[in-house]
Write a protein that binds this ligand. Structure first.
Ligand code: FDA
Length: 303
């Protein structure tokens, strides 16, 4: 119920302007967002790298419908890739296709994303395509497939809450896709997604097993200790080495667990969002955990 309300509000312009009127809100968003500028994200990633944790830059933005604006996003990502190289950071980049023109047209989106993948290739770096709500799944997979047929340095995300994902994973493994598995963060109808957490979790474990036994390098993205234990136990049983996959978490969430896993010899990558368009990302993080709402209210009331 609370989750649905926050996912609904993530699309509300009115609530956004209400929230941004509070002075303290900047401190609150900083819990989940590295800052507004590229340099803020560079600093955050430098600190993670010092702990031997790698990262993925995310320039916050989605649902862009102007072609000119999508080109600005391409330029920003090229700047990010230059900056990774200049600062010798251990990081790749994550992009959302509605930020790169998926709602403008499939070809525009493909051409934009291709420029970023090409720029990454020059630095021997990697581009991960995030997965958005289920109305975008087919379009996102189509653009990914076109890019995958030309490039190795591009990967995709799948969501365990969708019924279709098992079949998608089987198809994606056939084209050698590098996959990030997550539970899924959007409000979805029961016609396409499991609504019970236990079903999502069961599917997550099933898909983790599929990925870990594929012989390819994938990412298990979750803060859920039960999912992490299931992946570790399964990898142990099947003698799958610790460096043949990675765990991923979001900036500011379960930092204790991020560091603990790194210290136990697992590869750990943190997704680091930055930019001015923080609102929908931030609201999805609140939706995931009611305790975060109290954290926000405490800070807002403190002024
Ligand atoms: P779950 O929500 O069951 O939470 C398990 C535990 O983790 C909680 O009890 C709590 O301790 C902790 N936790 C989880 N969320 C928290 C929060 N917001 N604040 C504080 N604690 C929290 N989704 C998507 O649809 N498309 C995508 O491309 C991506 N990409 C992505 C990349 C990476 C690196 C991660 C880690 C996640 C994503 N996601 C995503 C988001 C994902 O789908 C999911 O919404 C969140 O990871 C929360 O689910 P958990 O697996 O953590 O489990």
């Amino acid at each position: 119920m609370i989750k649905s309300a926050f996912l609904y509000l993530s699309k509300s312009e009115g609530f956004k302007s209400f929230l941004t009127r509070f002075q303290s809100f900047n401190n609150v968003t900083r819990r989940f967002v590295a800052g507004e500028n590229l340099q803020d994200a560079v600093e955050a990633i430098r600190q993670l790298n010092r702990k031997n944790i790698s990262a993925s830059f995310d320039h916050l933005g989605e649902s862009i419908t102007s072609e000119a604006e999508t080109r600005n996003e391409v330029n920003e990502y090229v700047r990010v890739l230059d900056s990774i190289e200049e600062n010798k950071l251990n990081s790749n980049v994550s992009v959302k296709l509605t930020q790169l023109g998926l709602d403008v047209g499939q070809d525009v989106c493909y051409a934009n994303t291709r420029k970023i993948v090409e720029a990454a290739l020059r630095y021997n770096n990697f581009v991960r395509i995030d997965m958005e709500d289920s109305t975008k799944t087919d379009g996102t997979l189509e653009v990914f497939r076109r890019l995958r047929s030309e490039f190795d340095n591009v990967g995709i995300v799948v969501q365990a809450y969708l019924y279709r994902t098992e079949k998608d994973v089987e198809d994606l493994l056939k084209i050698g896709a590098k996959i990030r598995l997550c539970k899924g963060a959007y409000k979805e109808p029961a016609s396409v997604a499991f609504s019970e957490k236990r079903d999502v979790d069961a599917n997550f474990i099933k898909l983790t097993r599929l990925l870990l036994t594929s012989g390819m390098y994938h990412a298990i993205a979750t803060h859920d200790e039960r999912m992490i234990t299931a992946a570790r136990d399964f990898a142990g049983e099947k003698s799958i080495s610790q460096d043949s996959f990675e765990f991923q978490m979001l900036y500011g969430i379960r930092r204790d667990l991020q560091e603990a896993l790194e210290q136990q010899g697992y590869r750990m990558r943190v997704y680091v969002p930055y930019g001015r368009y923080w609102y929908p990302y931030f609201m999805r993080r609140l939706a995931e955990r009611p305790a975060n709402v109290w954290f926000v209210l405490r800070n807002v009331l403190r002024g």
